[in-house]
Design a protein around this ligand. Sequence first.
Ligand SMILES: Nc1ncnc2c1ncn2[C@@H]1O[C@H](COP(=O)(O)OP(=O)(O)OP(=O)(O)O)[C@@H](O)[C@H]1O
Ligand SMILES: [Zn+2]
Ligand SMILES: [Zn+2]
Length: 739
Amino acid sequence: MIYADIIVDISHEKLDRSFQYRVPKELEAEIQLGMVVTIPFGNGNHERKGYVTGLSDKPAFDISKMKELHGICSSEETTEERLIALAAWMKNRYGSTMVQALKTVLPVREKVKAKEKRYIVLNMDAAAAEQLAAELESGRCKARARLVRALLKEKKLDYTKASRELGMTASVIRPLVDQGAVLVTQDEVYRMPVDGSDIPREQLSMLTETQEAALLQIQEEWKQETPRPVLIHGVTGSGKTQIYMKLIQQTVNEGKQVIVLIPEIALTYQTVRRFYGWFGDKVSVLNSRLSQGERYDQFKRAKRGEIQIMVGPRSALFTPFSRLGLIIIDEEHEQTYKSENSPRYHARETAEYRAQMENARLVMGSATPSLEAYTKAKDGEYRLVKLEARYEDRPLPEVTVVDLREELKNGNRSILSRSLKTAVERRLERGEQSVLFLNRRGYAGFVSCRSCGEALKCPHCDVALTEHNNGKLVCHYCGYEQPRVEKCPMCGSPYIGGFKAGTQQIEQVLRKTFPKARVLRMDYDTTRTKGSYEKILSSFAEHKADILVGTQMIVKGHDFPDVTLVGAIAADLSLNAADYRCAERTFQLLTQAVGRSGRGRKAGEAIIQSYHPDHYSIQAAAKQDYEAFYQEEMAYRMLMDYPPAAHMLSVLASGEDEKLLEQGMDYLAKFVERISGKYRVHVIGPAYASVGKVNDIYRKVLYLKHKDERVLQDIKNKTEKYIEVNSGFRKLYIQFDYT
Ligand SMILES: Nc1ncnc2c1ncn2[C@@H]1O[C@H](COP(=O)(O)OP(=O)(O)OP(=O)(O)O)[C@@H](O)[C@H]1O
Ligand SMILES: [Zn+2]
Ligand SMILES: [Zn+2]
């Protein structure tokens, strides 16, 4: 017997009520997630339509009371059905309610009215219009004459633009309308995120031989019976973007549609412009600054087949294309592809599922692939395609690692080492540009020694301890605590504490050290107002400044040909995050940062200042040696059972009542221990989450590790049920997260 969970009407608020129905024997083979079915509903058993959101071989309640569904509506799949099936998969995979999953996947139908746009058009032939214009001119109706002349040139004028640029008021236009010379029309227009109509069209560049070879490998994979996802591992500046463009073009020529995921931070005007230049009005762009209405319009256009390419961050993955042919994920390793709201999905994994469901291809690319993706490529689950040289064989930058402990010993207490200072001076003399960054955001709280460079770590988890308000040092994985120390336990030095300098201080130091230099700062504070981010980037691109200083946001994905020096002020900051992935993040960030230097015709240089110059993530980044980093890091993950060596599920709970939260988490931990006993699941915690308290809401977390993902899935499902039936958890908000 098969039982189907069915949601009756997804346009209503109470979306998450699903009802279970028996599936008739003859439909068992056919029924699938997301299908539209007819069911008897309510007391009157009126026939209604519903969506299948779950299938199971176990009844949720007494089957003598369960109704049987009538039939499957259409076997012809619609785009919406497929997206609902995707939502159902996400609900099961990541643990969330069906409403949350549906709201993530379907464009929310808000009460947004399509915006109307007014146009002025000529209502007479050219000769008559010429005559009219002449008459108006001699009759001193200058404004009206101007309008007619403008219409003679352009046929159709935007009403708002005309009134602004030609200084037309309604009193000018009105008489012309009354005499029937012009018409004012209204079209439904879409709210456009970027006006692409003025951007000149461009030809795609010719691929180089190496790029062509990579393209061929991808096409070869696509000829296979079941093509695998492709991972392009290409060094910075090797031309991955050029390859994506060819693949997009090819797919569009086949009559299919393309989704391109790009990290939000790289979705600059420059990037968008390039897409419009190549593909014109076939493209649309999403970003988080769009209003609900604008988003809705873009999805509507996609659904109607008016555009073929959607470019955007994570959420663009749910574009309702009906003939999806290709999904591209650029900078595959970026953290932002993982959602921090329930369902806490990962775009890579979800894209893989959607592509598989819709017979579309998936291509990912990065200079520093995530350990997850690279491991899959090594195991043959993904096809690995390599690009090992930069375009035109431009050399990778020369990298120097500066030991900050030595600087301190030599009496230099400044945040600029002597080498970095000299390097910046040289750039100023030559009229070249420098980028200096501090990878600081989100890494506060750790405690390290300025003499030996060591950070205090948890003896059980090998991640940095975090200093709490109560003065204690705590581990966010297992809850281990110790009192604060006055002296470094490794070398005895009293110079132990947190790193205090920020981008603002660095800016001040730069202004003082190089009084003639033009310095631009880009960080959270300077980019809060609308458009400021773009403004800083474009003024730096136009060489209106010599030095750009900021947080890691300045070294992600940009292409400034005049930059020949990149400096990491304190590379260790990200190494001390209380997170098992911190070495990976540090390596990725430094490699990407180094890769911003020397992209144009002039050779580049990079300087990495660090208290841990020998750390493998820093050494490997300096050599741009991904493979070496991968080997070391995988060994660590295997030793500690961290992903991708094992799977890790976290159970996050929050609540106002700290006692209740503690009790609830202890119950959960016990429950998990009990049901997972025979599988030997590694349970860690409960501990306070990395931000233990936000707005008076307390947060705790429990980690489960196991080699087999299905075991964790099973535990998650059972835990979800346990939480549902125990009223003690009602005042807690509990989420699951695969980290
Ligand atoms: N075939 C080509 N023809 C012309 N220019 C090219 C070609 N390939 C690459 N380039 C140029 O080289 C630079 C780097 O290329 P691109 O941005 O595609 O590299 P990437 O691999 O995506 O780099 P990153 O990972 O660092 O972002 C760009 O300025 C690009 O215009
Ligand atoms: Zn020390
Ligand atoms: Zn620990």
